[in-house]
Design a protein around this ligand. Structure first.
Ligand code: MRU
Length: 346
């Protein structure tokens, strides 16, 4: 077990989650039994990271089901389906969110009474969380074989334990390598504007006893020239059936530079992050967030009045730049159209 607290938990009819906006200064929890408050935590980025928002979304469904007003089963299901739409609209890029909501809704539809509807939604939500933790552990076990004793791994954003149920995706191989006695160092991109790399990745890795340094996002070129980086591992928010990967903005330029410097570029993601309904990168909905999140830093405006930001929260890395994708079912390699098809057929 890692020396890390749980990102999100269901405790006696309530959901408790770490308020990630307060890290690294304060380990503060938000506790609620109100599904709309939980939805708000996703929207406000109090919880973030594709698998973690999937779990939060599943728990939102379970909380909504507990409070359902309808007295007839079909009305209750209609009410729950409306809640599902509200939850799905919070953040569009991470497919885990819609995947988790649909799983819970499908489970609810098998209920034969209102009591059973409450039980089944909660059961399905807890299962989403359990599956995520198991998948990440497996990603770690498979991925740690890519890491040698003494290696330096680079990562972007936070695809760590905080972004998932536990272990993280990109960090799972690092944690497992560390657990198995390998010395691993990490370089984390700070990740403007939310600073998930500087605040969150650095927090959880250092807490787990792993040597971590932070660089500014625009330092990747010089750092790849001056430091020996053995491996890059990033997370993913959505992977198409041809292997286009949406992840935190800045991932694509990192992959381009990795290619130029012959550094292996891996993506780590559970199979719940794959969206087999689409092929290309252009089909992935890219979240655009408010300009103010970029033009204000800690409450102070950094651009002249009237100058706004272009702010895409994610970018798409084409499959030709990706050395391999680490999933819980195995590490897959190019050509991705074929290896992804095979991954989902076994
Ligand atoms: O905007 P965020 O912080 O939710 O973005 C998170 C990322 O891009 C992660 O790399 C991705 O969700 C994978 S998390 C295991």
């Amino acid at each position: 077990m890692l020396n890390l607290p749980r990102t999100i938990e269901w405790i006696n009819g309530k959901v408790r989650l770490i308020n990630q906006l307060e890290l690294p200064h304060k380990l503060e929890y938000i506790e609620t039994d109100d599904w709309l408050r939980l939805v708000e935590t996703i929207r406000k980025m109090e919880i973030r990271g594709a698998p973690a928002i999937g779990v939060a979304a599943a728990f939102s469904m379970a909380l909504a089901a507990q409070r359902i007003k309808a007295r007839a089963l079909n009305e209750a299901l209609n009410e729950l389906a409306k809640c599902a739409e509200v939850i799905k609209a919070t953040r569009p890029t991470a497919v885990n969110l819609a995947w988790a909501v649909d799983r819970v809704l499908t489970a609810a539809r098998t209920a034969t009474s209102l009591d059973e509807l409450k039980e089944k939604t909660l059961e399905a939500a807890l299962k989403v969380q359990q599956m995520d933790e198991e998948a990440n552990r497996k990603i770690g076990e498979l991925g740690e074989k890519l890491i040698d004793d003494g290696d330096t791994v680079m990562t972007v954003c936070n695809a760590g334990s905080l972004a998932t149920s536990y272990y993280g995706t990109a960090t799972a191989p690092i944690y497992l390598a560390h657990e198995r006695g390998k010395r691993v160092s990490v370089i984390a991109l700070e990740t403007r504007p939310y600073l998930q790399g500087a605040r969150l990745t650095a927090w959880e890795l250092s807490r787990a006893g792993i040597n971590v340094k932070v660089i500014t996002d625009n330092a990747i070129g010089i750092v790849l020239q001056k430091h020996h980086i053995d491996l890059i591992i990033t997370g993913a928010d959505r992977i198409t059936r041809k292997g286009y990967v949406a992840n935190k903005v800045g991932t694509y330029p990192l992959a381009l530079l990795a290619k130029e410097h012959s550094v292996p570029f891996y993506v780590a993601a559970p199979t719940s992050t794959f969206d087999l309904s689409i092929e290309t990168g252009e089909e992935i909905p890219i979240e655009e967030r408010p300009s103010d999140e970029v033009v204000y830093i800690f409450g102070r405006r950094i651009t002249p009045e009237g100058v706004e930001a272009i702010y895409y929260a994610f970018d798409v890395t084409p499959p030709k730049l990706i050395s391999g994708i680490i999933t819980e079912k195995g590490i897959i390699y190019p050509p991705y159209e074929k290896s992804i098809r095979h991954l989902f057929s076994v």
